[in-house]
Design a protein around this ligand. Structure first.
Ligand code: 6R9
Length: 638
């Protein structure tokens, strides 16, 4: 196999500007040049074929590859003994695991063979419901090795949410762990899978159970198979499935403003090229650096920037099982010092939570190896940015605020570590190849000048744009490609300043962002409405000091039900059951009616203002059907 050659790394802001120009004037030439650096079985015959009105986007059509050969095999010669995955467990004194590229390759091959021996092959869907253990990374890569499609479900989701996702994609197998220790919690992972199966998952033929803590689990001989029984004796090599560039690599479910979460689909070739290119440039990764992204592999950040991007670039990627505050709020900084981390990537919610615990936790840890520190998941407020820069970056390490989405596959707007000008709360400039636009929400026209603000859109395809939503292409079209004709609409609003730098304002749709996790208000309302005492509900986000946004629920309950804290607890329990703890309302206010327009739509704008404590800024309420409802809502605010 050809030796490793990486996409081009930009090394100055001037070079960024030149590269950007080139990427816009000749996108196909530009991306073909990046793609050349990978191992293809057969080279593409068309770089790009696209039509946003359908939508159809195809990159590197006719090309064939396997992404895991690019993540693993092609590094064996040059860095086979270098650590690929550096694993830091939940307990500070626990065993650190170093998986070299050679070892990771062997482990992935063993699991690939095991999956094949279970009858899994190209195109089959595998659901992963696992904690942050090396076996998750290994088996996700093994899935890609054999051409199966992974659907990783964050292990904090409830049995119902898991079952919904398994059934949407008709997964043939679920890979899970027995238990999971996270912080001081012991979480019965397999039990949740059993509950999901009990709710009905007719497509599931096998549950492959990884022994993590070794505690006893209930066993169903018809479905359950021990991971180690299948994997341990497998051969150390596994022929990769040769995939077309546009074959599906994975599905990842994410919340939107309506209905159930949708399965965002990414394909092999473009996703590979873009995650590697963006990783290398944003983090300015150099061979030998230790890179750490604190996300969970259950989210897109973990897919693109714990696994694929770093491994494609031959990086050492740190994988952390635990939480930022266990055993105390210095854990992140201890881990950074212990492993001499060079690039650190986390979320504003974690920064705010750690900031709130006081500076003493960050002081005294040697963070002198840090070269770039990053932020992702939600807008970072100025105070958190400054604290991060000053206390973690010691005032000199560049901060990259990276804006992107599950649907974009990779980072879209961000500084390039140390090269770009930085402004607190501004994500900055688009990456090469990314043609952003601001659009006037009333006229649908692109706003060309600076400064400007409007709907954040993308005008031209990039290699890792979503291709469809699983099983429902029309939903993909209406959600992303009809709001603004001819463009991909992100769902976010943004401002561009006089220098052309972007600042993301936040979602303009009914999606709220709680601790960096996307939550559809409709999804939470549906869960609340499952409670038999509830007649109707309306959910909005409100500013929350740590989480960014908290969940505020206005609930109408039946007359014969007591409007008390016991009922609040029951409603919260219902949401936990339907979605999971991340969706539970922070505040519940009982009301007798909700402010509605004459056409019967809930006036969320007013509910948002009330929840935010901005009752003096309610704006025009003249179109309301029931203006008296507003006063009741204001009077009862919690
Ligand atoms: C990667 C990820 C996407 C939504 C996105 C936006 C918000 C993400 C941000 C940011 C401001 C940033 N978002 N990064 N807002 N600044 N640097 O988080 O994907 O879970 O799909 O969320 O998160 O609102 O639309 P995902």
């Amino acid at each position: 196999m050809q030796s490793v050659d990486l996409p081009k790394k930009i090394n100055s802001f001037r070079a960024y500007q030149d590269t950007y120009q080139r990427s816009v004037s000749d996108p196909e030439g530009f991306w073909a040049e990046q793609a050349e650096t990978f191992h293809w079985h057969q080279k593409w015959d068309r770089v790009l074929d696209w039509d946003f009105s359908k939508p159809k986007v195809e990159w590197f059509g006719g090309g064939t590859l396997n992404i895991t050969e690019n993540c693993l095999d092609r590094h064996l010669e040059s860095r086979g003994d270098q650590t690929a995955i550096l694993y830091e467990p939940n307990e500070p004194g626990g065993e650190v695991i170093n998986l070299t590229y050679r070892q990771l390759h062997a482990e992935v091959c063993k699991v690939g063979n095991a999956l094949r021996s279970l009858g899994i092959g190209k195109g089959d869907r595998i659901c992963f419901y696992m904690p942050m253990v090396p076996e998750l990374a290994i088996s996700v890569l093994a899935c890609a090795r054999i051409g199966a499609i992974h659907s990783v479900v964050f292990a904090g989701f409830s049995a119902q949410a898991l079952a919904d996702r398994v059934n949407d994609a008709n997964c043939k197998i679920i890979v899970c762990s027995d238990y999971n220790r996270r912080g001081n919690k012991n979480i019965p992972v397999k039990e949740v899978v059993d509950d999901a199966i009990a709710l009905g998952c007719p497509s599931v033929e096998i549950v492959l159970v990884h022994k993590n803590t070794g505690e006893t689990v209930a066993w169903n001989d018809k479905l359950d198979v021990w991971y180690h029984h299948r994997v341990d004796e497998q051969p150390l090599t596994c022929a990769p499935e040769v995939m077309n560039a546009e074959d599906v690599l994975f599905i990842l479910y994410t919340s939107g403003s309506t209905g159930k979460p949708k399965g965002v689909v990414h394909t092999c070739g473009g996703y590979m090229v873009y995650t590697a290119y963006s990783f290398l440039n944003v983090f300015q990764y150099e061979p030998g650096d230790v890179y750490w992204c604190t996300a969970d592999i259950g989210w897109i950040t973990g897919h693109s920037y714990i696994l694929y991007g770093p491994l494609l670039c031959g990086a050492t990627t740190l994988m952390f099982e635990g939480v930022p505050t266990y055993p105390d709020a210095s854990r992140f900084w201890q881990v950074c010092a212990k492993h001499r981390v060079n690039q650190f990537y986390t979320a504003p919610t974690a920064i705010r939570a750690l900031m709130a615990r006081g500076n003493k936790f960050v002081e005294g840890h040697d963070l002198s190896d840090l070269k770039v520190i990053g932020s992702v998941g939600e807008p970072i407020n100025e105070e958190a940015w400054e604290w991060y820069h000053e206390h973690v970056g010691k005032g000199k390490v560049p901060v990259v605020d990276t804006w992107w989405q599950t649907e974009t596959g990779g980072m879209m707007i961000s500084g390039l570590g140390g090269l770009s000008p930085q402004k607190p709360t501004f994500a900055g400039y688009p990456l090469p190849g990314i043609q952003m636009a601001l659009v006037d929400k009333n006229t649908g026209e692109e706003l060309m000048g600076n400064p400007e603000s409007g709907l954040l859109c993308v005008k031209f395809p990039w290699p890792s744009i979503l291709r469809t939503t699983w099983g429902d292409h029309e939903r993909c079209r209406t959600t992303y490609f009809t709001t603004v004709a001819g463009m991909y609409f992100t769902g976010d609003g943004a401002r561009r300043d006089a220098d052309g730098m972007y600042r993301i304002v936040g979602r303009v749709d009914d999606v709220i962002n709680v601790s960096g996790h996307r939550m559809g208000t409709a999804e939470v309302e549906n869960a609340i409405n499952e409670h038999e005492g509830v007649i109707e509900s309306a959910v909005v986000g409100y500013p929350h000091e740590i989480k960014g946004q908290g969940i505020y629920a206005y609930v109408i309950v039946a007359d014969n039900v007591a409007h008390d804290d016991a009922l609040r607890e029951e409603i919260i329990a219902m949401v936990r059951q339907e979605i999971g703890p991340i969706a539970k309302p922070d505040k519940i206010q009982f009301v007798s009616e909700l402010p509605k327009t004459r056409s019967g739509k809930i006036m969320r704008r007013i509910l948002r203002k009330v929840a935010a404590g901005e009752v003096d800024q309610l704006g025009d309420t003249s179109t309301l059907l029931n203006p008296e409802a507003v006063q009741e809502v204001i009077d009862g605010v919690v």
